[in-house]
Design a protein around this ligand. Structure first.
Ligand SMILES: [Fe+2]
Length: 386
């Protein structure tokens, strides 16, 4: 990554992280620590106040998953068959085909096939195990804002780079998104509802009959809202990715779990205790070789930096898991955890249509944490086969 790759608003953080590291770490031996990250965080909070960004970004409204043309319907089918999401609308516009999937109390999932050849994410999509699907990525996390014009004018002034000159005015909303992050390859979208909330389709878009429907299967009703999404990234980008996300949203860094035996840190950023959480998983030290680098750095080596999994809150998780297994859905690991520990989780295999793993997660009453160290360890280990 050259100096020009860092957006202007990140340069101050870059300098302070380098200064903090040069105190404690010998040159060339990069290693992450919470001490360094936490020392850099007060500057983000001061920026938010100084630029009037406090309260300007609300919760997650939607995620956008782009697919190859052939995988547009398979990706929708995977979500219908293996999550609680159902089709709200599907339509074709000038630049894309879109299917909007919704579930009660959840951020929406937009499955998209971009028709244009040029894809701003393409460079970030190519890695040894992903090169055959160069347009496939969970590209964008879309957050709601009450004032998109103000957000864009403040952030542009600070050097945030957007994909369009200004917000795109649609029938019911105004939308803009950032260029892919140099640290994660993900984009942050902002949406301001100006008409009917939750309606993404414009009058000029054509309805699309995609010919598939959700099955009426009881176990799918147990799978509820999107709880968190986890992005995997290289160790050197961990602090920068979290600071950048905090600069672009109103999220705060909550905690990190270090799994030293697997060279992996799982970091959680939150807006509040009840809402969707953003998870970042990175190596403690950089990639060396497939044999010695641990599952996290190895995944990024094979797939590039991208979202690894989508986690869905799941009721009756034991029965739901058993039914999905009986139906032939492949898993990387059995259910881990217990009611005594406070939560149960599991990972499916990556979906062929999107590379995305589904996580099913249940927190038992009274559990006041978010993750447990033992589950994070087991789940991280399970991804070694990817
Ligand atoms: Fe997770």
């Amino acid at each position: 990554m050259g100096p020009k790759d860092h957006p202007a608003f990140m340069k101050e953080h870059l300098r302070s992280l380098e200064a903090l590291r040069s105190d404690g770490t010998a040159k060339g031996e990069f290693t992450n620590s919470d001490e360094v990250l936490k020392s850099a965080i007060p500057a983000v909070m001061e920026n938010r106040k100084a630029f009037g960004l406090q309260g300007l970004v609300k919760g997650l409204q939607a995620i956008i998953i782009n697919t190859e043309q052939d995988n547009f319907i398979p990706a929708i089918k995977d979500l219908l068959d293996y999550t609680g999401m159902d089709i709200h609308s599907s339509f074709e516009g000038v630049s894309s085909m879109d299917c909007i999937l919704k579930a009660q109390g959840s951020a929406d999932i937009i499955v998209r096939h971009r028709k244009a050849k040029d894809n701003p994410f393409r460079e970030r999509n190519i890695a040894p195990k992903t090169a055959s699907l160069p347009n496939t990525r969970l590209e964008t996390f879309v957050f709601e804002t009450p004032d998109i014009e103000r957000y864009v004018s403040v952030q542009r002034e600070r050097g945030v780079r957007f994909l369009t000159e200004g917000p795109i005015d649609k029938d019911n909303c105004s939308f803009i998104q950032t260029e892919p992050s140099p640290y994660t390859g993900n984009s942050i979208g902002l949406i301001q509802w100006t008409g009917q909330r939750g309606t993404y389709q414009d009058d000029c878009d054509t309805d699309l009959d995609i010919g598939i429907r959700k099955r009426d299967a009881p176990h799918l009703k147990n799978i509820k809202h999107l709880d968190h999404a986890a992005t995997r990234l290289v160790s050197r980008s961990r602090d920068l990715a979290i600071l950048e996300f905090m600069e672009l949203t109103n999220y705060h860094f909550d905690f990190a779990i270090y799994v030293r035996t697997m060279n992996s840190i799982t970091n959680v950023a939150r807006l509040s205790d009840e809402t969707y959480a953003q998870v970042f998983t990175a190596g403690i030290a950089p990639f060396t070789s497939p044999e010695t680098s641990g599952p996290t750095e190895k995944y990024v080596h094979n797939y590039g930096s991208r979202v690894h999994h989508l986690a869905f809150h799941t009721e009756n998780i034991e029965d739901t898991y058993q039914t999905l297994v009986q139906e032939g859905l492949g898993f990387l690991i059995e259910l881990v955890g217990s009611p005594e520990e406070g939560l149960k989780q599991t990972f499916t295999r990556g979906m062929r249509s999107t590379f995305l793993v589904n996580e099913y997660i249940h927190r038992y009453g009274g559990f006041d944490g978010f993750f447990t160290r033992s589950n994070v360890t087991d789940l991280t280990r399970a991804t070694d086969v990817q």
